[in-house]
Design a protein. Structure first.
Length: 78
């Protein structure tokens, strides 16, 4: 992963431009060279993990509330 993800698209275009000059293809041709940019994937994973942590936090909180209600019901019976 890039240390600065905001610079990754600029670096990608620079690499494509240099390789286009060396291998004689149009730098604007998206089919001439394929690059796998992991920065976008890591951004998706970061967002997904944040949402997953929030979901687990909500589920955990609801579990504690339901458990507390169950314990209080048992204490009322006894």
């Amino acid at each position: 992963m890039a240390s600065r993800p905001d610079v990754a698209p600029l670096l990608k275009s620079d690499v494509i431009r240099v390789l286009a000059g060396r291998h004689h293809f149009d730098p604007m041709d998206k089919e001439a060279l394929q690059m796998w940019d992991t920065t976008e994937g890591f951004q998706f994973i970061d967002t997904f993990m944040l949402a997953f942590r929030a979901f687990l936090g909500i589920v955990g909180s609801l579990t504690l509330v339901v458990g507390g209600i169950g314990v209080s019901n048992i204490m009322n019976v006894v």
